[in-house]
Design a protein around this ligand. Structure first.
Ligand code: MRU
Length: 344
């Protein structure tokens, strides 16, 4: 798979794959504007928690260049505004994590404005490189949980396209597939944005990994028929309590998995782990009602139908058999275990 997002050194621009066009067309957005990056995040040309974190990091670096600042204070004041502009989606922790990291980096630097801007570009590139490394590490840690011949069920897209490269669930599947070539995937289509159908199926087929598409309503049936060995899902935010916030439908999948004794794992890098927020304070993004009313520019319901469209849900820790991170696996997550791993 290609890289979802990259920094172009020769022109100091960012290039990202426009995911709203996939799988039929591979088109890119190329920009030198942090406001354009903010728009890409908002309209989901780039999506998936780690990918929007990397985009926000690069957006901050573009903002530093755009600032035309002559002093460190001028850079910081421009970056503070850019961080607000870039934080266009409230649920994925990686987004605030990345803008905060870039601001902290700027505050810690000394030197001319030019030096500081250059170091901020390097920091944004490092966020992206770290993401690629962490995806591989998560895949390697997950090997202790995946056996030859396993069929892994996932939801939404937590593959290469949701990260810079490889993916969180994508990393687990790809590393397992390198080890045992008979690994298979069931991808849930994931209404209303269809990331499972449009992105997960596309990228696993590109890599010759055996993937089967099912609709959201088929989860219980495929579990009952014994078609799935474990569930591996990504996360937009994981709390210190072990609560997992991920794409709408994840909670239902976790409950159904528990009923059928199918292990339910979540996989995310440390940039997704929020040690501060309490479960009741997490903001779940509610998206436009027409995402549900309209398919392919046609109404599929009464145009004035009342709609509720939360993009994410929260799965409590008692439904999560293990959290796989780049630092290791936390089985039966509790606050104490999360803290221990975080401090280590
Ligand atoms: O609304 P999206 O497409 O940004 O939602 C993405 C997900 O829910 C993913 O599962 C999550 O970000 C993990 S991606 C590695």
């Amino acid at each position: 798979m290609f890289r979802t997002i990259e920094w172009l050194d020769e022109s100091n621009q960012v290039r990202l794959v426009d995911q709203t066009k996939l799988p039929l067309k591979v088109e890119h957005v190329v920009t030198d504007s942090h406001k354009r990056i903010a728009k890409s995040i908002k309209i989901m040309e780039i999506r998936g928690a780690p990918a929007i974190g990397a985009a926000a990091g690069m957006g901050m670096a573009l903002a530093a260049i755009e600032s035309n600042a002559r002093t460190k204070d001028e850079i910081i004041s421009y970056l503070e505004k850019a961080a607000d502009t870039l934080n266009t989606r409230p649920t994925a922790y990686n987004l605030t994590w990345a803008t905060r990291r870039m601001l902290n980096k700027a505050r810690s630097l000394a030197g001319t404005a030019e030096d500081i801007i250059q170091q901020l570009i390097e920091e944004a590139k490092e966020i992206a490189e770290e993401d690629v490394r962490m995806c591989r590490q998560m895949g390697e840690h997950a090997l202790s949980l995946i056996k030859p011949g396993y069929t892994i069920q996932t939801i939404c897209n937590a593959g290469s396209l949701a990260t810079v490269h490889l993916g969180t669930v994508g990393g687990v599947v790809r590393v397992a597939h390198e080890e045992y070539s008979d690994i298979k995937v069931y991808a849930v289509e994931t209404r209303p944005r269809m990331q499972g159908a449009m992105l997960t199926v596309f990228e696993f087929m590109e890599d010759d990994i055996d993937v089967t598409l099912i609709t959201d309503g088929m989860i219980g049936t495929v579990f009952r028929q014994g078609r799935v060995d474990c569930c591996v899902v990504g996360a937009d935010r994981i709390l210190r309590t072990g609560h997992v916030i991920n794409k709408i439908g994840t909670y239902t999948m976790a409950i159904t998995a528990k009923y059928h004794n199918i292990p339910f794992y979540t996989v995310a890098p440390w940039s997704t782990i929020d040690m501060e927020t309490n479960p009741e304070d997490v903001i779940i993004e509610e998206r436009n009602e027409d995402e549900i009313r309209i398919i392919n520019d046609e109404y599929v319901t009464v145009p004035t139908a009342k709609v509720y469209n939360p993009a994410f849900d929260m799965t409590p820790p008692d439904l999560v058999e293990a959290i796989i991170t780049d630092k290791g696996v936390v089985k039966a997550p509790t606050e104490e275990k999360m803290r221990k791993l975080y401090e280590a």
